[in-house]
Ligand binder design. Structure first.
Ligand code: FAD
Length: 387
């Protein structure tokens, strides 16, 4: 089967959906979204826990969050769907002076970048915000009340439905889509069943973005990294509106969702297949050691192993998104590498990608720091050990 389109988006996760919606909302016609899975949410978006934060350590990430926050606030009016944004806050906790100094520096920096309501908190305030944290376990932290929670699948469905109402074609079950390039210019996208002639392709392939770009002759350092979530049986031990609480010591963090406590801790999980999303139960032992040490009240809680899950982060070489025109291939745009922040930033990344496609550059936020060329230039964004 052959057809033509003005824009083809490879990937129907939250980022591809947001790109489709923002293009369609600006009047772009003949948009096609192609996804190899059988339905929405079968990539990383359906595995996300739904955290939202502005507390980042680089200006560009803070500003992506601020734009996303504005758009989440207007989401229901724009799309007709409730994105589930609940500003319950993120609480970062320090257990020594170095960590607290780093959080303090980050908070000052975030305020200067426009995140006005972030503030330092004392141990007493920490316990007020989250009574599960032992008073003597921390020396302070930072808290931002407009950070909080969102519903990843609702955001995905809202953007897809709104894009479709505006005329976009969304094709799940399309098989692997490959971007074809001739003489340095995009010419078509080919799947197992159809070829769509086009001059414009957006790579929104999540953890698979590196492979999609490579097929078009573009190298981007985005790789899959497995992340896991442990889930307790339902318990009323901790309140649903408790802030997401992060111990910067080791990155252990927890929140409550739908009456269950979700426990997370980033650890290297070796696997033969880097795209493996099987839950590795060996991770539970060190995770639970941390959980009991940081939050003793969790000692009696049992893990519901059937409810635990794993998924893939789309990790870029500097843990920042890769956004804009692909170097060397005219008509190929990248919206990749969000490094585990793709749901919260999707409203902003879709808006900015539409600007790249329709205006030639993004203007709402200065995203120079996210340009794909930075890797070849050796101008990576700074890594923070804290945020
Ligand atoms: C455990 C876990 C917790 C997380 N928690 C959060 C959180 O709290 N907050 C947050 O913001 N983010 C979180 N994330 C990260 C978030 O899930 C991702 O950043 C986000 O979903 C990326 O969206 P995406 O649309 O790029 O990717 P995806 O949702 O994976 O969508 C990409 C789609 O592209 C399709 N595809 C790929 N290649 C092709 C191809 N060649 N042809 C056709 N289709 C293709 C895939 O099938 C997939 O459906 C979490 C992730 C994990 C794993």
């Amino acid at each position: 089967m052959s057809s033509t389109a003005d824009v083809v988006i490879i990937g129907g996760g939250v980022i591809g959906a947001s790109v489709a919606y923002h293009l369609a909302a600006r009047g772009q016609k003949r948009i096609v979204v192609l996804d190899r899975t059988q339905g929405p949410g079968l990539g990383s978006t359906g595995r996300a826990t739904g955290g939202f934060r502005g507390q980042f350590s680089t200006r560009v990430n803070v500003q992506l969050s601020l734009l996303a926050r504005d758009k989440l606030t207007a989401f229901r009016d724009e799309t007709g769907t409730d994105p589930g944004y609940r500003p319950c806050g993120y609480l970062f906790l320090a257990s020594n002076a170095d960590q607290l100094a780093a959080l303090r520096t980050a908070a000052a920096f975030q305020q200067a970048a426009g995140l006005r309501d972030v503030r330092e908190v004392t141990p007493d305030e920490v316990v007020d915000l989250n009574p599960a944290v032992p008073r003597d376990a921390v020396i302070g932290g930072t808290y931002c009340p407009t950070d909080g929670f969102i519903r990843p699948l609702e955001i995905l469905r809202g953007y897809l439905a709104a894009a479709q109402r505006l005329g976009a074609r969304v094709q799940f079950g399309a098989g692997w889509a490959r971007c074809l390039v001739e003489h340095g210019r995009v010419t078509a996208v080919r799947t197992e069943t159809e070829t769509v002639a086009t001059r414009c392709v957006v790579n929104a392939a999540g953890a698979w973005a590196g492979a999609v770009a490579a097929e078009a002759g573009v190298e981007i350092p985005v790789r899959p990294v497995r992340r896991q979530v442990a889930v307790t049986y339902p318990a009323a031990l901790l309140p649903e509106e408790m802030p997401l609480t992060i111990f910067v010591d080791d990155g252990f963090h927890l929140r409550v969702r739908d009456g269950r406590v979700l426990l997370l801790w980033p650890a290297d999980l070796p696997a033969d297949d880097p795209f493996d999303t099987a839950f590795d139960a060996r991770w539970l032992t060190p995770l639970l050691d941390r959980a009991r040490a940081h939050v003793p009240v969790l000692r009696g809680l049992q893990i519901d192993r059937d409810a635990c899950w794993a998924g893939l982060y789309e990790m870029s070489a500097d843990r920042h998104a890769v956004l804009g025109q692909a170097p060397g291939v005219q008509g190929l745009y990248l919206a990749n590498g969000s490094s585990g922040h793709g749901v919260m930033h999707a409203p902003a990344l879709g808006h900015l990608t539409a600007e790249f496609v329709l205006d030639g550059t993004a203007t709402t936020v200065d995203v120079h720091a996210l340009r794909p060329e930075r890797f070849a230039e050796g101008a990576l964004n700074p890594e923070s050990g804290v945020l």
